[in-house]
Unconditional design. Structure first.
Ligand code: NDP
Length: 347
């Protein structure tokens, strides 16, 4: 069988923005016969995610992530259909997902690396398994629950950075459902700001590229900030933390503004921000969704129900064709996406 795949063509270097030319599309063939324990899968949707930036380096700096190798097929989150199987855990017609799905139109995968999912959980909208009812939805829900200390009736204000992205757009909605009286998003375009307020029910949104964030934040959060869901780090986070109340909580989800720099994770804070955290007894613990997978099944059920009932709205940016994987990844890293960036694989 002839298939198309995406391999790593070059590395951007630890300091530098990735470019589509870091990836290359190739044609290859799959061996016709399956071995015991293997399944032939047809790729339906692939995900591009910020954590992949460190997999472009020779050394990822994280022991749980391996670097992509030059001229080898790239992998990440994927969802697809089992076309034939010689493993006990899945059969033809099953919908399956994996965190290590090869960027390939069809693939032979070990059944042990595939997770069978129920399409009813997403009303047939299978790409949601990579976003709102997948890992980014989990990061949003569990991040808020584990580190946010949101209490109904406590009159709390939540701020979300990277608010129009996959995690941020869900995190803000969970914050509102869990009881925050005010949820303010910070993001990169007016179109995103409009979507946050008009489509997702955020109280207000700030365009950090156009507006004076400290001033606008004061206007939008007259009672200060109690909970900060941080996806970006850097100057934006310094600004938000400076306006946080005593006893507030930072959910340290990600620091994307620093991912194209050769700095450790989490990147060091300025002295001023560190001093603010200490003086105001603000918690800022690192959050990693992979450390909470024992809570994933229940959380995915909850996300599924919220999405089906319309309590949580889902935004996606979908690009068609495996040949656009590199473009889609680089675009997402620069803010080209509203909601989850998805690539639909055409056969
Ligand atoms: P998004 O869908 O949010 O896409 C990335 C977004 O980051 C872009 O759309 C862009 O939006 C924003 N961005 C890019 N560069 C900058 C910058 N310099 N300053 C501010 N914003 C920037 O991705 P995800 O939702 O998948 O991930 C969001 C964050 O959550 C990342 O930091 C990621 O690493 C983290 N994450 C953490 C997990 C965990 O377990 N802790 C799990 C999953 C994700 P804009 O237009 O607003 O600039």
């Amino acid at each position: 069988m002839h298939v198309q795949r995406v391999v790593l063509n070059s590395r951007p270097g630890k300091n530098g923005a990735p470019v589509p030319e870091n990836f290359r599309v190739e044609e290859t063939t799959l061996a016709p016969d399956l071995k015991d324990g293997e399944a032939l899968v047809r790729t339906l949707y692939l995900s591009v995610d910020p954590y992949m930036r460190c997999r472009l380096n020779e050394d990822t700096g994280a022991d749980y992530l391996t670097p992509w190798q030059l001229s080898e097929c790239v992998d990440g989150g994927g969802v697809g259909l089992v076309e034939s199987s010689r493993c006990s855990t899945c059969t033809e017609g099953d919908v399956v997902t994996s965190f290590n799905w090869p960027w390939q139109t069809h693939a032979v995968m070990k059944g042990s690396g595939l997770q069978k999912v129920d399409p009813q959980l997403v009303d047939g909208h299978l790409s949601y398994f990579l976003g709102a009812v997948g890992i980014t939805g989990l990061a949003a829900l569990l991040g808020v629950r584990e580190k946010g200390h949101v209490i109904k009736g406590a009159n709390q204000t939540m701020v979300v950075s990277g608010a129009a992205g996959a995690c941020g757009s869900i995190a803000g909605q969970i914050g509102r459902l869990d009881g925050c009286v005010r949820v303010v998003g910070i993001c990169g375009t007016d179109e995103k700001c409009r979507a946050l307020v008009e489509d997702l029910g955020f109280s207000a949104a700030i365009n950090y590229g156009q507006e004076d964030v400290p001033t606008k934040l004061k206007e939008c959060c007259p009672d200060g900030v109690d909970v900060y869901f941080d996806n970006v780090g850097g100057v934006t986070s310094d600004t938000v933390i400076a306006q946080m109340n005593k006893g507030g909580h930072v959910i340290l989800c990600g620091q994307i503004s620093q991912y194209n720099k050769d700095v450790p994770y989490p990147p060091p804070l300025s002295e001023e921000t560190q001093e603010t955290l200490q003086r105001k007894s603000i918690t800022r613990e690192r959050f990693m969704v992979l450390n909470y997978m024992n809570k994933a099944d229940a959380a995915l059920c909850e996300l599924s129900q919220c999405v089906k009932s319309g309590q949580v709205k889902v935004l996606e940016t979908v690009v068609n064709g495996i040949e656009h994987m590199g473009d889609a990844f680089c675009s997402m890293m620069k803010g080209g996406n509203i909601g989850k960036q998805i690539i639909k694989i055409l056969q």
